[in-house]
Design a binder for this molecule. Structure first.
Ligand code: NDP
Length: 448
């Protein structure tokens, strides 16, 4: 029987790679993980976590306005970007340390180098060291996609947004998805003038239409500009150091910063995957079966690099399932049904299951319930911002097949609602549940 240096060699210490490595080690495997940047991956280092902190920081702008209607006087509040940025980055350092500790406490060896596959069961590190492993796990994540256009090198991506020296006065954000809408909210709250430029007229296309429309309407009310059906032609640097952006169907605009939020591409280049026969898809993603196994028997892949659902909790589940399958003697696959999600825009969106449109296309009859309401806090604050909740039900049996929300704390409320949807509960089950009054969440059990 062949002898290997490790039972598992993981490439990439992000959410999926860390979970897979830690649990595999707990199952008794000898594990090493190679990471060329920082342990924690996109979510912890330059994604979900620091982004959520910026969302909190930015939202104080509204709270400071609204609190006056609740009797508070706050004179001349000022905002210090560098302080927020550094506090956020400080916490990222803390989390990076915790992730490292978790791996080390489980006996996982962390190798701070780039690694690539160079032969059968063989990995070579950047310093030339060759290593062998019984199993290899690709967990290299994804990186921002930047569309081709002259001058695109002047733009930044979300990676750099966390490190800005100062807030731009005017920013153009390209794209209409998660990152575009979340950062539009952050920058707008912090006083930057934001223009979203999107190639179509559809924001967040996987979300329910009514909810998307509500976000667009509220975002415009808050002062965010939108330019739709716009493809970039060129970005030029002006003598004054600004950026002039030309695009189809619209006049040129001048801004201080351009940020691309136009999707993410799997990190599969330079890993030696094709040479050993690992099959890739059209976007360069690693193709895997339901146990995350690639076309090569001993190579697996989890997380964004497989481009299944690019969400951290999904990558973590895939990492866990891999470890249980390969080292825990318990074949486990991840269920991709009813994965809840949220957009941390201002206000946030949350959803689980089918949109109304999807339900109408796939079910015989559909019954939809909506609640369009002004949250109590907004009423007192004089803030003309309405929430919208929506239940999409199978008309045959009343089963709730989708829940869609926009409004304060929608993601917090959705997590519990998603349990009900995943469990196959019906509208009647919701109706049978007594409301908690007064809350926004009670709308979920009061819709008629
Ligand atoms: P999204 O897929 O959400 O949105 C990409 C946007 O860019 C879409 O509007 C898309 O348009 C547009 N686009 C794509 N390619 C081009 C192109 N070549 N030129 C111009 N526009 C283009 O991607 P994000 O970058 O916002 O986020 C990446 C992923 O990260 C998300 O899909 C999500 O899985 C994850 N994420 C999750 C978050 C959360 O859970 N809260 C937060 C941030 C990211 P079109 O609709 O026409 O394709």
């Amino acid at each position: 029987m062949a002898e290997y240096d490790y039972d598992l060699f993981t490439i990439g210490a992000g959410s999926g790679g860390v979970r897979a490595s830690r649990v595999s080690a707990a199952h008794g495997a000898k594990v090493a993980v190679a990471e060329e940047y920082r342990v924690g991956g996109t979510c912890v280092i330059r994604g979900c976590v620091p982004k959520k902190m910026l969302v909190y920081g930015a939202h104080f702008a509204e709270d400071l306005e609204d609190c006056q209607k609740f009797g508070w006087t706050v004179e001349n509040p000022t905002f210090d970007w560098v302080k927020l940025r550094d506090n956020v980055l400080g916490d990222v350092d803390r989390l990076n340390g915790l992730y490292k500790d978790t791996l080390e406490n489980h006996g996982v060896e962390i190798i701070h180098q780039r690694a690539r596959i160079t032969g059968d069961h063989e990995i070579t590190l950047a310093d030339g060291t060759a290593i062998t492993a019984r199993h290899i796990l690709i967990a290299t994540g994804a990186r921002p996609h930047v569309p081709q256009c002259p001058g695109n090198e002047y733009g930044i991506t979300s990676n750099e947004a966390f490190h800005l020296d100062k807030l731009p006065e005017r920013i153009l954000i390209a794209g209409g998805g998660y990152i575009a809408n979340e950062f539009a909210g952050i920058f707008n709250e912090l006083g930057t003038h934001v223009t979203i430029v999107n190639r179509s007229d559809t924001l967040l296309r996987q979300y329910d239409e009514q909810v998307r429309d509500r976000l667009l309407q509220i975002s415009m009310m808050k002062g965010i500009d939108f330019k739709f059906h716009a493809e970039f032609k060129e970005i030029e640097k002006t003598d004054a150091g600004c950026l002039r952006v030309s695009m189809t169907n619209h006049d040129d605009i001048e801004v201080d910063c351009v940020m691309f939020a136009t999707g993410r591409v799997p990190n599969t280049e330079g890993l030696g995957l094709e040479q050993v026969g690992v099959e890739l898809g059209d976007k360069g993603e690693v193709k895997v079966d339901r146990f995350s196994k690639t076309s090569v028997d001993y190579i697996y892949a989890v997380g964004d690099v497989t481009d299944r659902i690019q969400l951290t909790p999904v990558a973590i589940r895939e990492g866990q399932a891999f470890a249980d399958t390969v080292f825990g003697n318990e074949p486990t696959s991840v269920s991709y049904d009813h994965v809840p999600s949220a957009v941390f825009s201002h206000p946030p969106i949350a959803a689980v299951g089918m949109t109304e449109g999807e339900a109408r296309n796939s079910l015989g009859t559909v019954k939809v319930y909506t609640s369009d309401f002004r949250p109590m806090k907004n009423v007192v604050a004089g803030r003309n911002e309405r929430g919208l909740y929506k239940l999409v039900c199978d008309g045959e049996n009343g089963r709730i097949v989708g829940v869609h929300m926009i409004g304060p704390d929608a993601p917090e409320i959705m997590q519990a609602a998603a349990v009900a949807v995943k469990a196959g509960l019906t509208k009647q089950d919701f109706d049978n549940t007594v409301a908690i009054h007064p809350t926004m969440a009670e709308e979920l059990v009061l819709m008629r």
